[in-house]
Design a protein around this ligand. Structure first.
Ligand SMILES: Nc1ncnc2c1ncn2[C@@H]1O[C@H](COP(=O)(O)OP(=O)(O)OP(=O)(O)O)[C@@H](O)[C@H]1O
Length: 557
């Protein structure tokens, strides 16, 4: 029982999303109920018509035919309405769910440890969320409607022929008990299918993104073989799940068919002593079997549904990379200071920074240098508060970064990363990402400061230059300039350049360094670099080596 409860827990946690759309849910339920009751009424009216004809009683024929026609029209209307409202509800809930998944990804990323594959995460956000459409559009309300319909038909049957419900009682037991018997197997197979699907999705995303690298490395053929293997694995998982659901379907169909035969026998035996009632009792039995079949198909789809719900639940429950402050403090301007900072990526893993202390003052260009793997980029990540130090603190103007609201922090400290990935659009679109409402003159001014408007930048279309996915169509230097303009747009108090200038030639680097000095008397510029020219141009240099930071002489480096 505890195992079943644990398996269902992610689904229960996701169900309350429906409560935000209570109105739409009740509409779905009402439309579903009306449709199913309409189908029942339609069958019964037809059956009564037959019964009265058998009895040779023409008096009620006309009103019955009228009622039959009206009910048919009503049924068509409610059936259309049910389909519309059920899907409307489902897609509203899915939209909420996607927003939640993206918010959770935003909170939890970047993770300190090895990140989950982005293709796998996009499979959660797209495929798994889509699987839940079935839960919200077809499961919750339909299950309730099926139960109500079963109660109504059983009650009416008891009125007409107390033996009749005996026909579907055992079938009901089989249909309800079946998922409990095959549940463990079905959810294991469902989880396998979902995992194989996500794996293939991740492989396809990575292959498409890395087509150039794969071509250059001559690895396309091997990749194609890996994709084919992934497709075969997906096929195997589908077959295994189908084997389980096939057995369930066969047993459930057998039970429903047996119930139909039993109902036929009971109705034919005419326990009421009135054989003319046979059409009515038969119709009742048939209609009662409908919800049974629906319930069984609902329960059969639980495997993949539970697996997708568990994957979404894991993303929603992922711990945040940093916790927002309960009472944010307004940003203050002053030095950026690392105070006794220690950091490791994984608990018990190697200490990457040990009791590190250094500062950068307003108006200064401060360089971080040192051997590869020394910890420079880790210092940059902590200065951007991608993660918090395990010990010590990072402050700006005396305020712990942990006490700044996220929006204030992102406006105060910006960075140009080592590897610049741009989005599809134009150069202007990419710069404005940081502040879409920035006036055109500000846009031009940061573009000019980053050297994008110089003829030497090689962009004759200037800000209107189209940019392909991940910055395709621009050179490394041009991308770095676009990222620099974007970082300058919010007028940051701290600008971090993580090996940015290495994308530029010596002449361009000198011009850019000089440009960054202009009107930067209040700004802290932190440059991660190995280049002697940049180190010489810095006001102060800190050497980061084996997780320790010590001052170095600009001229000596
Ligand atoms: N996400 C991570 N998970 C685990 N270890 C990491 C992670 N990122 C970096 N490290 C490790 O932390 C140490 C410091 O890495 P960091 O990237 O800060 O060095 P760096 O000085 O910037 O190197 P480089 O000059 O090559 O960029 C290295 O040993 C690196 O392997």
């Amino acid at each position: 029982m505890t195992a079943i409860r644990a398996r269902l827990a992610p689904l229960w946690r996701l169900l309350p999303l429906v409560t935000q759309h209570r109105g739409a849910f009740w509409w779905t339920l009402a439309a579903g109920l009306l449709t199913q009751l309409g189908v029942l009424a339609l069958g019964l009216l037809g059956a009564w018509l037959l019964t009265l004809t058998l009895r040779g009683d023409p008096t009620a024929l006309a009103p019955l035919v009228t009622a039959l026609l009206l009910t048919a029209a009503l049924c068509a209307l409610t059936s259309w309405r049910e389909s519309y409202v059920a899907h409307d509800l489902a897609y509203r809930v899915l939209a909420d769910l996607r927003v939640r998944v993206f918010a959770a990804l935003r909170r939890a990323l970047p993770p300190r440890t090895r990140p989950r594959h982005s293709g796998d995460l996009s499979a959660v956000a797209l495929a798994d969320v889509e699987t839940l459409e079935w839960l919200y559009a077809h499961t919750a309300a339909q299950a309730l409607v099926s139960v109500v319909l079963l109660v109504v038909t059983t009650w009416y049957s008891l009125v007409l022929d107390p033996w009749l419900p005996l026909a579907w009682g055992p079938a009901l037991l089989v249909v309800v008990a079946l998922p409990w018997c095959t549940g463990r197997q079905a959810s294991r197979r469902g989880a396998e299918l979902t995992a194989a699907n996500a794996d293939l999705h991740a492989q396809v995303v990575e292959t498409v993104a890395g087509l150039r690298e794969l071509t250059e490395a001559g690895a396309l053929e091997r990749r194609r073989a890996a994709l084919a293997a992934g497709t075969r694995a997906l096929g195997r998982a589908q077959r295994r799940l189908a084997a389980v659901t096939g057995v369930e379907t066969a047993v459930a169909d057998l039970a429903v068919a047996a119930a139909g035969i039993a109902a036929l026998a009971i109705a034919a035996a005419g326990s009421t002593g009135d054989p003319t009632l046979a059409p009515v009792t038969l119709t009742l039995a048939t209609v009662a079997l409908g919800p049974l079949g629906q319930l069984s198909s609902l329960l059969r789809n639980m495997g993949p549904l539970l697996a997708s719900a568990a994957r979404i639940d894991a993303v929603l429950g992922a711990p945040p990379a940093t916790t927002p402050p309960a009472n944010p403090v307004p940003p203050a301007f002053g030095s950026l200071v690392f105070e006794h900072v220690s950091f490791r990526y994984t608990p018990g893993g190697p200490q990457v920074l040990t009791d590190v202390g250094f500062d950068a003052r307003p108006g200064e260009v401060v360089a971080l240098t040192g051997p590869s793997g020394g910890g420079k980029s880790t210092c940059v990540s902590l200065a951007l508060r991608l993660w918090d130090p395990d010990a010590g603190r990072v402050t700006l103007g005396g305020v712990d970064l942990r006490d700044l609201a996220d929006a204030d922090l992102r406006a105060a400290i910006t960075a140009v990363p080592q590897r610049v990935d741009l989005l599809t659009g134009t150069v202007a679109d990419n710069i404005l990402l940081a502040a879409p409402e920035a006036p055109p003159e500000r846009l031009r001014s940061v573009a000019a400061a980053a050297g994008l408007l110089d003829p030497a930048a090689g962009l004759p279309l200037g800000l209107a230059t189209p940019v392909g996915e991940r910055g395709r169509g621009l050179s490394g230097g041009q991308r770095a300039r676009v990222a620099l303009a974007r970082a300058l747009l919010p007028e940051p108090r701290v600008l971090i350049l993580d090996e940015t200038l290495t994308h530029l030639d010596a002449h361009a680097e000198a011009a850019l360094t000089a440009a960054l000095r202009v009107r930067a008397e209040d700004r802290i510029t932190l440059v991660v670099t190995h280049r002697p020219a940049t180190l010489r141009a810095a006001d102060r240099v800190w050497e980061v080596r084996a997780g320790q930071v010590r001052p170095a002489e600009p001229a000596a480096t």
